[in-house]
Design a protein around this ligand. Structure first.
Ligand code: FMN
Length: 312
């Protein structure tokens, strides 16, 4: 059974990727998870310099999900390259680096530094973080901004470039198309949904940033729909995410059109989820006599009759 999938020039041993911001820099999990068993690890978003992020409280639990406004706290790209990347390499992890910027030049510079480093598998351009004031989502909410960032980074790297799209726009597929036209090798979607939670006793927002990004099972059906719509629009691979909590959820995204999937919030609930996900996908492929997981991608059948669908 072949679980490998290809994202541009990057071959993943399986379609499961730890989502950025939900798996640290990977090394923190090395004692509990065999890092080389994951398809890849998308590390926490990195700017050129270190960032503190927002004041606490930064996360709050919601029905079937969580709201966060971490504010992209991070150690900066140079410290990542010198302090974290060597260990990730030693552990044979496939590394996707989530790249942030407040300006177009910063995206380019961070990507250039990563391209010169040994052990980076791909660049995921975070143009969709809802929790910072400058840059980020401002690029991701503009078709020209999306195109400009992707094409500028494309020019300075040979690594696969994977812009990560926001769901906080009306027409996600048009952003996927702008990314493809800019030279993206794949798109990943979705980042979190802008949301807020209020404590009615104090009448204060429950996180310091007032609004934050919603993730977890609550967003899954919307994210699946967005993957499905983007699959109809672009030819490049899609990395799908949003609320995946078991193998069935991962398979649902793949059937909708995702070549690979990322798992974020569920990792906070169960850091041992990875072996269960791989086993569940294997089991499904065996039951359905599918030899390669890549054969499942985009196989949704939208033509079944009402009788077929209800199973009567
Ligand atoms: C605490 C937290 C931190 C996150 N940090 C980042 C980040 O640094 N960069 C990024 O692109 N996405 C970040 N995300 C978004 C996730 O990578 C993912 O797109 C989103 O949570 C949906 O997937 P999930 O429902 O499986 O968590 C973060 C999400 C959470 C919950």
């Amino acid at each position: 059974m072949d679980l490998s999938v290809r994202i541009g020039s990057l071959l993943l041993k399986n379609p499961l990727i730890a989502a950025s911001g939900c798996f640290g820099y990977g090394v923190e999990y090395a004692d509990v998870v065999d890092l080389s068993s994951l398809g890849a690890i998308a590390v926490k978003g990195l700017f050129l310099s270190e960032r503190e992020g927002h004041a606490a409280p930064r996360i709050v639990e919601t029905p079937a999900g969580m709201l966060n406004a971490i504010g992209l706290q991070g150690i900066g790209v140079r410290r990542f390259v010198s302090e974290k990347l060597p260990e990730l390499r030693a552990r044979n992890a496939t590394v996707v680096v989530n790249v942030c910027g407040t300006t177009l030049d910063e995206y380019v510079e961070v990507s250039r530094i990563l391209s010169d480093a040994e052990g980076v598998g791909a660049i995921e351009l975070n143009i969709s973080c809802p929790n910072i004031k400058e840059g980020g989502i401002q690029f991701g909410c503009s078709l020209n901004g999306t195109y400009d960032v992707v094409s500028a980074v494309r020019k300075v790297t040979r690594l696969p470039v994977i812009p990560k799209l926001t769901p906080n726009v009306t027409d996600v597929p048009s952003f996927a198309r702008a990314a493809e036209e800019g030279g993206a090798d794949a798109v990943s979607l979705v980042n979190t949904f802008l949301a807020m939670v209020i404590d009615i006793e104090t009448r204060q927002p429950k996180i310091s940033n007032v609004v934050g990004g919603l993730s977890g099972p609550a967003i899954r059906p919307i994210a699946v729909r967005m993957v499905y719509e983007c699959r109809q629009t672009v030819r490049i691979p899609i990395i799908g995410m949003g609320g995946i909590a078991d193998a069935r959820d991962a398979l649902e995204f793949m059937i909708a059109g995702a070549t690979a999937v990322q798992v974020g919030t569920a990792n906070f609930v169960d850091p041992f989820i990875w072996t269960k996900l791989v086993d569940g996908i294997r089991d499904y492929l065996q039951r359905h006599r599918i030899a390669r997981v890549s054969d499942l991608v985009g196989t949704i059948d939208t033509h079944a009759s009402a009788t077929e669908r209800s199973g009567v």
